[in-house]
Design a protein around this ligand. Sequence first.
Ligand code: HEC
Length: 110
Amino acid sequence: MKNVATKWFGLVSGLLLMSGTALAQDPPAPDGAALYKGKCKVCHGEDGTRTPAGEKKDAPEKLGPGVAKMSVEDIAKLVKEGKEKMPKFEGKLTDAEIQAVSKWTKDNIK
Ligand code: HEC
């Protein structure tokens, strides 16, 4: 009997340990680069040079100079709320995703 109890204890604590690790890794940090490619590139281009689609919406010709004057928080607010013909991403991206794509934009679009 003692043996069975020990086995169960081992099994249960093993499971707890596993779910503990799974929780610690979940959710993975959103990939800002992939989000930019998926959501922003269509108007602002890979490197911040606007595309024909962006031109139709009156997006700035170059994103870099605007980004240089903005903080990550400024960008995140703009992405979340939209501006003029830029769509708002609230409800389409999570706060963590908005944060990640804003930080990526700040660091990579010059
Ligand atoms: C449908 C086209 C479109 C998409 C998609 C889009 N934008 Fe924009 N974006 C615009 C337009 C239009 C403006 C200009 C808004 C204005 O009139 O001030 C703009 C402005 C900006 C600005 C401010 C630039 C400046 O000089 O003031 C930033 C930063 C920006 N966008 C980042 C992003 C990011 C990051 C994404 C992806 C999450 C994104 N945009 C997706 C159209 C778009």
